[in-house]
Design a protein around this ligand. Structure first.
Ligand code: NAD
Length: 335
């Protein structure tokens, strides 16, 4: 049988990106919706064949516990709501797939992990790049020595925000560009090198007179130091478009642009003089369906997902250190 998903939050990502992917899934199906907007929910339910009885709102959400159609809840809400809806989902006896960034603080991440553990339910974070074929090929090449000994990683992630939404309100987002997209640079630095950073040093540059940035940062640069000596140089911003990474080894380099977008990834690998475009095996694999089906199979086979809550917590701990470094203008050692 296919695992039944309830999508919690019918916004740009939950409705616009995730719901249309179920048709590409082998092990996952859409069975329920959780929304504060009953008119929208009924319309979406009609389009995707979800029975009206399987529409919930944020108040009666806990009643999903009586609905055996729902195996997994997928939290696609503003970041400040991730912890509450994850914990309520686990208490209702459901497995949880929660969007990135996992929560607004490491303390919240810890409580989410504890709640899912106590309920005996799986918790996975929506790090879709772990299912994206170009990222997987770049990682395989980097770790197999294709460019020699790794020395340097660089990633820039940015887009121009219009402001005027929860992402620029710190209480709801936990922070600015770093929380939203800098996290892709941080994740890639970790999964490309296969190492955990031992220190961070960060600098934030934000025009606080810009009404979009009263509450959250625009640009933040941070340097990660890895045990092997690899340096990870990351930057995120809310005032220009950019999505790339570069990995330099002593025998060549790997580049991707776009690196972590929804589609259109390009990968170059070469000796530095001649960098050639490389197509990964399985290049047409759909990262969204891969992610949904991985969670479904983790539940069916009682295995820990490859990007569990602990992975989300690791990033949030590093992000907290990045913000602290920028605030205190000093290098922060990581445990
Ligand atoms: P969005 O603003 O488009 O949607 C948020 C949804 O939450 C809306 O349906 C909104 O009605 C609902 N909501 C409920 N209570 C709310 C409140 N108090 N304030 C604001 N909205 C409220 O946001 P989004 O882009 O869909 O992001 C949702 C989550 O998905 C975030 O965690 C975001 O980081 C993540 N996301 C992930 C990716 C990815 O590629 N993995 C891409 C985009 C967003």
């Amino acid at each position: 049988r296919k695992m039944g998903y309830a999508i919690v939050g019918l916004g740009g990502y939950g409705l616009g990106i995730i719901i249309p992917q179920f048709k590409y899934c082998q092990h996952s199906k859409l069975v329920a919706l959780v929304s504060g907007d009953p008119v929208k929910a009924r319309k979406v339910a009609g389009e995707y064949g979800v029975p009206e009885a399987n529409i919930y709102d944020y108040k009666n959400y806990d009643r999903i516990k009586d609905n055996p159609d729902i195996d997994i809840v997928y939290i696609c809400l503003p970041v400040s709501m991730h912890a509450e809806y994850t914990i309520r989902g686990a208490k209702a006896g459901k497995h949880v797939l929660c969007e990135k960034p996992m929560a607004i603080s490491s303390a919240e991440c810890e409580s989410m992990i504890a709640a899912c553990k106590q309920a005996g339910k799986k918790l996975m974070i929506g790090y879709r790049c772990h299912f994206e074929p170009f990222n997987l090929e770049a990682r395989r090449l980097a770790r197999s020595g294709a460019i020699g000994k790794l020395r340097y990683f660089r990633s820039e992630h940015g887009y121009t925000t219009g402001g005027n939404n929860w992402r620029v309100k710190k209480a709801m987002s936990g922070g600015g560009s770093l929380m939203d997209i800098g996290i892709y640079a941080l994740q890639a630095a970790r999964y490309m090198t296969g190492e955990e950073p031992i220190s961070v040093y960060a600098k934030e540059t934000t025009d606080r007179s810009d009404p979009r940035f009263r509450d959250v940062e625009d640009m933040i640069e941070f340097q990660l130091e890895f045990p092997s000596g690899v340096i990870g140089s990351c930057m995120s911003m809310y005032s220009a478009n950019r999505n790339q990474f570069l990995l330099m080894g002593d025998k060549g380099r790997i580049e991707m642009e776009p690196a972590t977008g929804y589609q259109g990834q390009k990968l170059w690998v070469g000796d530095g003089r001649k960098n050639e475009i490389t197509a990964p095996p399985n290049a047409s694999a759909n990262q969204f369906a891969g992610q949904l089906d991985h969670m479904a199979q983790s539940v069916m086979q009682d295995r820990t997902p490859i990007v569990p809550g602990e992975e989300g917590l690791r990033d949030i701990r590093i992000i907290e250190a990045v913000y602290r470094s920028a605030r205190e203008h000093k290098r922060i050692a990581l445990k």
